[in-house]
Design a protein around this ligand. Sequence first.
Ligand code: SF4
Length: 301
Amino acid sequence: MRPAYLELCESGEIETRIKELYAMLSDCELCPRRCGVNRLKGEVGFCRSSAKLKVASAHPHFGEEDVLVGTHGSGTIFLSNCNLGCVFCQNYDISHLGVGYEVSEAELAEMMLELQRLGCHNINFVTPTHFTPQIVAAIKIAAERGLRVPIVYNCGGYESVQTLRLLEGIIDIYMPDIKYSRAESAEKYSKARDYFEVCKSAVREMHRQVGDLVTDERGIAVRGLLIRHLVMPNDVAGSEEILRFVAELSKNTYINIMFQYRPMFKAHEYEEINRTVKISEYRKVVETAVKLGLWRGFERI
Ligand code: SF4
């Protein structure tokens, strides 16, 4: 399947999208935080990012979902900083401490092309939300130089529908987390009380754009929606309500129900999440998913 962004590059529409996305940086409303800072002048908001693109790493990744990894890996590019900032973040050095280095859009494009040369099946932008304008500009450069693999938008799910609309026809695979349905947890651990309402609107928009996940004859994802949900101790996430939403969206949704929660970063300050998840807790969530008719993306253990 031809990646979505080629058509917009050929028509020139991608230029318009880049301009519109960049314009949002002057009074930043790229994400639901709507900080209103002028990032083009070096000001920073919640995500602590100016307009300068910052990347922590770029490499083939073999720990992602099988449908992304295939035989040669997912071409993963970690962006520094984050618009969500969870207290239990597993990559806190990158997302909270801002580990990484500044790169130009042309340099980011070259990283993408190198990952394609290494045989990666996709370019997987991790935590891209706060650098969306720069990423789209880099996609244009890379496409002109021969990029032909799908783009994965691997985000925390705290996204603005307005920004997502400007990504239509550019992103092939959306991979949002759905972290919480409980407002108290979203506020306590991510300072985002409105997380679930915002996330539901964002995920509906993603699904409208790309539909359910489609794989090629090798079983490698080429287009669609792939949701991740991390099971948390003591059900602080409110997993059942999340699964109900996903099942209503489409019972064919690919949803990776994840078991790997570890109390990282500041999780030790919160007794209820300062432990790993019990197998019984995980099984309960999986059983609920099955009862609701979901079947793709997770295993019964
Ligand atoms: S992208 Fe960053 S500065 Fe812009 S609204 Fe979101 S958190 Fe604030």
